[in-house]
Design a protein around this ligand. Sequence first.
Ligand SMILES: [Fe+2]
Length: 266
Amino acid sequence: MENQAITENIFATRLKTLENPSQILTNPEYAEEIREKIIQGEVFIAKQVCSPEWVQQVKTYLTRIGNSSLPNYKPIEMGCPNFHRMNRWDPRSYVKACFHQFVFFPWNQDMFNFFEVARETYQIKNVLSHNPKDKFLGQTPEEDCVSRIAFQFYPKSVGGLNKHIDPVDHHQLCVPIMIMSKKGVDFETGGVYAETANGEKIYLDAEADPGDVVYFNARIPHGVEIIDEHKKEDWLSFEGRWMMLFAINKLSTNNAIANALDLGNG
Ligand SMILES: [Fe+2]
């Protein structure tokens, strides 16, 4: 497809509540209806997939790890450890970003059983992408791909992610995200947005609540506008914005984000 066509936003981006997320797994007609709407650009919010208390517990746990151990990047390889790392607009990334990331793999055990908690959301993502529901959910890679849970923390003053579109291929129509911070409570300005065809930004952290999961077409231009740019930078305070990403990634030898397209800081 031509670059022009890729960057043009033709989506009627609108928010809807996803009333029966589980039904996507049992009712193929319903699944097809939601899939079609996501392709057209509708953004669906599944309410309270996790409780706000669970979200708070995870944030507290990751904050302790984040401010008392060294951040280190590790390539995505079979058997690699869970880790956390920092990204300060690293020029090597396809989409430029500034965040602190905590990464979990299905072959490691963790305190929260994250892959059990995330199982249904991954299954919904699979069915919406026309994949068998348990694809990529085993402890070994399938077609060189693995599921990978990433918690991303965007610190006040500097945290953000350039506007971009993600590749839509056979393994994902959408990358579900769990909202973990509330705009107006945990931070004041910025946050994750999806853009409408007329360039308007829909701020998802204002529309959804901690514990809600948002599904949207990865081809809708989206990004994270700098969090509380007027405040003082302080990574160790962990004041800012959290989210959880239900990703499927290719192993490092075959980089999955090679086709993501950075649309700049807009
Ligand atoms: Fe993205």
